[in-house]
Design a protein around this ligand. Structure first.
Ligand code: ATP
Ligand code: CA
Ligand code: CA
Length: 432
């Protein structure tokens, strides 16, 4: 997959912050994991623990490269959430801390948040605003209950909430969550859908310069795109979306979107492009650099091994070896192992299109509801007031949470239909 972003090495402006984030995560997560599991108590949801790191170390914390303070929020709740999302505790730590290598997606939104991918691309660290941080703490009980009731929720999976601060520096709050997009598949098109049309257009002419840009609602409609799910998948998807939106409405949350990555199986992975753009994440020369780990050379070689092993098994069984089709070749399974049991992430990390007769379709959708920590506060109300004066208030994005959610569900449901349904619709349209 074409990796977006720049590696965060010693020369990167956010190197110290990234290093401190990972050091803090490693320490606090191992600290909680080391204890014997127990049931959650009410107080766990409000818990917070503060740690001081310095270069010499002290009886509580090990020595670190820099002086900083780290705050860990509701560690037991997140431990249980990680278990509900079936993450392997050791694996989580490995991904986030075994080497201090992240890549940064240069502030993709207007909000000023920073995004970092773990080196294996499974997790995203997003810096969040203080208001979002407060909101997550406030809704944590409801979020937890929702995940417990609906483990297949499409809402972002939160794995941790923390804060870092360097001396005389500002406080940086951040969450760790699932990367919806797979490490091993090219995403051919990306959309961020809200169900609104105003301001929801990415200029098509800019696509030439930036072919991997995130497109919006109007671009989706212009392409006449659909989620091509047969009746069964369609109802699973829409039912879950409705439950998720109902929660967000109840919590007075808005401005979220459905993030959609589309992998076209016929195009498969454009290996050449991959080779050029997948990066070697490698910390800079401070003497602690680890042996170079190249995600690129490592994964295909595993794939090769798997392919050879399969062919060998087939030869041994005296069967005709089935030629491996690029599009169906599975990458290292462990990458997706923990997501296999979740309906919407079970087809190679995503949710595969189907035809009406339940035959698999040509696309895999990687999707989820993201950016779910904006409360309908007075800022939004002010915005609504001003924008509402000039245009139809049901079309603009900042409408109250009830309306926002209803419009979202209506839009997404309206674009969910099989190829066959679309054809029938087009035909009956022609007849009219
Ligand atoms: P704004 O508030 O201006 O919309 P933001 O900083 O809150 O921006 P998000 O909307 O959360 O940012 O995300 C911005 C982009 O980052 C998304 O369009 C997507 O490309 C990427 N992104 C965010 N969350 C995920 C995720 N869980 N998996 C994969 N990509 C993600
Ligand atoms: Ca957003
Ligand atoms: Ca946001």
């Amino acid at each position: 997959r074409v990796v977006v972003g720049t590696k965060v090495d010693m020369n990167h402006v956010n190197w110290v912050t990234a290093y401190n984030m990972l050091t803090g995560i490693r320490f606090t997560v191992s600290r909680t994991n080391a204890k014997i599991d127990r049931e959650l108590a009410n107080a766990d949801f409000d818990a917070k623990h503060k740690f001081s790191f310095d270069i010499t170390g002290n009886e509580l914390t090990p020595s670190a490269k820099y002086d900083f303070k780290f705050k860990d929020y509701a560690p037991w709740v997140f431990r249980h959430l990680r278990a509900k999302f079936q993450l392997d505790p050791a694996d989580y730590l490995m991904s986030l801390t075994s080497k201090y290598i992240l890549s940064e997606l240069g502030s993709p939104g207007k909000s000023g948040s920073f995004f970092y991918f773990s080196r294996d691309y499974k997790y995203i660290i997003k810096t969040i605003h203080h208001a979002e941080h407060k909101l997550l703490r406030k809704i944590l009980r409801e979020y937890y209950a929702h995940v417990e009731r609906y483990p297949n929720t499409l809402i972002s999976q939160f794995y941790g909430l923390h804060r870092v601060k360097i001396p005389y520096g500002r406080k940086t709050h951040f969450v760790v969550m699932n990367n919806l997009f797979p490490p091993h598949r090219d995403i051919h098109q990306t959309f961020d859908l809200k169900g609104s049309t105003i301001g929801r257009n990415y200029k098509e002419e800019d696509l030439e310069r930036n072919p991997r840009a995130t497109l919006k609602d109007l671009n989706w409609l212009r392409r006449n795109n659909h989620f091509e799910f047969g009746p069964e998948k369609k109802s699973l998807f829409i039912e879950q979306m409705k439950r998720d939106v109902a929660l967000l409405q109840r919590l007075k949350i808005m401005d979220y979107s459905l993030l959609v990555g589309i992998h076209d199986l016929e195009r498969g992975n454009e290996e050449n492009l991959r080779d050029k753009t997948l990066q070697v994440f490698q910390p800079g020369g401070d003497g602690t650099a680890e042996p170079q780990v190249n995600m690129l050379t490592r994964t295909p070689s595993k794939l090769e091994n798997a392919r050879q092993a399969r062919q060998l098994r087939q030869i041994i069984k005296k069967e005709k070896p089935v030629p491996m089709d690029k599009s169906t070749s599975k990458m290292p399974d462990e990458m997706l192992e923990e997501r296999k049991n979740f309906i919407f992430y079970s087809d190679d990390g995503g949710f595969r299109a189907t035809h009406e007769n339940s035959q698999p379709g040509e696309e895999i959708y990687y999707l989820g509801i993201i950016d779910c920590l904006t409360h309908y506060g007075f800022v939004k109300r002010a915005e609504h007031f001003w924008k509402g004066m000039s245009s139809d208030s049901s079309l603009i994005s900042p409408i109250p949470p009830e309306g926002y959610g209803d419009r979202f569900v209506k839009f997404i449901s309206g674009i969910t239909m099989t190829k066959e349904e679309q054809e029938r619709q087009a035909q009956s349209g022609d007849l009219l």
